[in-house]
Design a protein around this ligand. Structure first.
Ligand code: MLT
Length: 257
């Protein structure tokens, strides 16, 4: 089984997105926020890349039962119901609702992946569930980090590296890794016992700290606290498992979960 990690979206090799299981990570904060929204009963999250898209989804879906959330430069957007803090996405605020979410990196990365069969939404919060799904699928794996403004960022890369090392452990070290996946493993050795440090040391993490989001960093660093696996299919994220893709399965020799 091949595992390719891409630290930024522009680096992603498009052909690989059609031949394996695809994962998107934006630890701070989009994919963590999406997990919180889905865990707390949102019906679907519709990621959008700009204000114009947000407005047209709101116009076509109507304002009833719809929560509009997101950020610009990490701060809440005027006129929106919620910002991009995972802690805002409670059962009370999003339960039973459709959420239109506009964020600078994570959601904009998803809008660039609308042509992909299905994208699994990964964060530290639902990390083990993502690993179990990848093992069950048994296909080549493509892990995409949203990064920050198309630049490398530490926390997404650590989260990606932890996926690689957990898969390696389960498969007895038999994976074929690209260089970024190997770097991810090295980063995990550095941060495994202090995941939150990877968030606090990253430039986006420091930006969030400066704006008073310290609790978000603690929340986004919590590992394996949810068992959900949201999927982005076409233009929306739900908890529905996507229909299998028609690509052939690679043989997996699983050693340990
Ligand atoms: C993003 O997708 O750009 C991030 O979630 C930004 C943020 O931390 O709000």
């Amino acid at each position: 089984v091949k595992v390719d990690v891409f630290f930024t979206i522009p680096q992603v090799k498009d052909d690989l997105l059609h031949s394996g299981s695809v994962v998107l990570i934006d630890v701070l904060r989009a994919t963590t926020t999406i997990c919180h929204a889905m865990e707390n009963g949102a019906q679907r999250v519709i990621p959008v890349g700009d204000l114009g898209e947000a407005t047209s989804f709101v116009e076509s879906l109507g304002r009833a039962n719809l929560v509009l959330g997101g950020e610009r430069d990490a701060l809440p957007i005027e006129g929106f119901d919620l910002g991009n803090s995972p802690l805002e996405y409670t059962e009370e605020s999003v339960g039973g609702s459709n959420v239109v979410l506009l964020t600078s990196n994570g959601c904009s990365a998803l809008t660039r992946m609308r042509h992909v069969h299905a994208v699994a939404i990964a964060s530290f919060a639902n990390h083990r569930t993502v690993v179990d799904w990848l093992l069950k699928e048994g296909r080549d794996v493509v892990i995409c980090c949203a990064g920050s403004r198309d630049q490398f960022c530490i926390e997404d890369s650590v989260c990606a590296g932890l996926l690689v090392s957990r898969l390696q452990k389960a498969l007895g070290g038999k994976l074929e890794l690209n260089d970024a996946a190997r770097v991810g493993e090295v980063l995990v050795e550095r941060y495994a016992d202090c995941l939150v440090d990877s968030l606090k040391q990253s430039s986006h993490g420091r930006h969030l700290l400066k704006h008073g989001f310290a609790e978000d960093l603690e929340t986004c660093a919590r590992l394996d606290v949810m068992e959900i696996l949201p999927f982005f299919v076409k233009d929306q994220i739900t908890l529905e498992t996507p229909a299998p893709s028609t690509e052939p399965q690679a043989a997996v020799d699983r050693v340990e979960a």
